[in-house]
Design a protein around this ligand. Structure first.
Ligand SMILES: [Zn+2]
Ligand SMILES: [Zn+2]
Length: 260
């Protein structure tokens, strides 16, 4: 008797397979790198694997409406022409794209990759603080110059600017560091949850993140690593034009009301 050919794999099955292999690869590295931030990538991938078969919710983003490319909420309150409703959504979009790209290409994880993405996610999950705390170019240069281009901890060549205590970009709060020492400091001060009493808040954020990663195709154009960098400019132009039109119509109405 001839056997029937197996049914073709669906896009969801293919994606789930990639998530599973990515998780295995990450786990293999994590056994040698038991750093706390690494757990975030592992948990996100494990959750994505769990959700992969369930079919995640969809986020509808109308390209010409001012809706956030991460969560679908209106962006008008934040800024009309921007593509996200908050800095957090902008960052989450970036992490989702980053992880989806690694899953897509089945990038083999190494300790640096895991720890790098893990730190970013840990910042977002544990404190909600934006990972990027921009320091103006001039200030950066001045800090490196003041500290002689050397890490203030170990004296190696410094490549990063560390915030001593707060988020302030004041010279007195900044110091030059090498990447290794900066990572050590992050790990030493790492607290899994900002308020400690609410571990479920961390779980919720990670589940949300995992839902966005587990979708076989990106839920919004904002999660499409292949096209985002090219298309986001186009989206921004589209939005700006739309908002200009809206504002012009609003002005017209106001003028008429004023005359009437
Ligand atoms: Zn949003
Ligand atoms: Zn150092």
């Amino acid at each position: 008797m001839r056997r029937k050919a197996p049914p073709p794999e669906s896009a969801a099955d293919v994606w789930l397979g990639k998530v599973q292999r990515s998780l295995e690869s990450a786990r293999a590295v994590a056994t040698d790198t038991p750093a706390p931030e690494v757990k975030f990538v592992l948990r996100a991938l494990a959750l994505a694997e769990l959700l992969g078969s369930g079919g995640p919710r969809s986020i509808i983003v109308r390209l010409d409406e001012p809706e956030c490319f991460t969560c679908g909420k209106s962006t008008v309150a934040y800024s009309e022409a921007l593509l996200h409703c908050s800095f957090t959504c902008q960052e989450v979009g970036r992490y989702v794209r980053d992880l989806r790209k690694k899953v897509e290409f089945e990038t083999p994880w190494d300790a640096d990759l895991l720890s790098g993405l893990g730190s970013k996610m840990a910042h977002w999950v544990s404190t909600g603080r934006p990972y990027r705390r921009p320091v103006p170019r001039k200030t950066r240069d001045a800090v490196f110059a003041r500290d002689g281009g050397r890490c203030v901890v170990c004296g190696k060549h410094a490549t990063q600017i560390d915030h001593k205590l707060s988020d302030s970009a004041d010279m007195s709060n900044l110091q030059a560091m090498c990447a290794d020492c900066n990572r050590e400091k992050f790990r030493a001060r790492f607290v899994p949850s900002a308020d400690g009493s609410k571990p479920e808040a961390v779980g919720d954020k990670l589940s949300y993140f995992a839902e966005l990663v587990s979708a076989p195709s990106p839920l919004t154009p904002g999660f499409d690593h292949a096209t985002w960098n090219v298309k986001r400019k186009e989206y921004a132009r589209l939005r700006k034009r739309k908002m200009l039109n809206l504002n012009a119509r609003l002005d017209e109405v106001k003028r008429r009301l004023g005359k009437g």
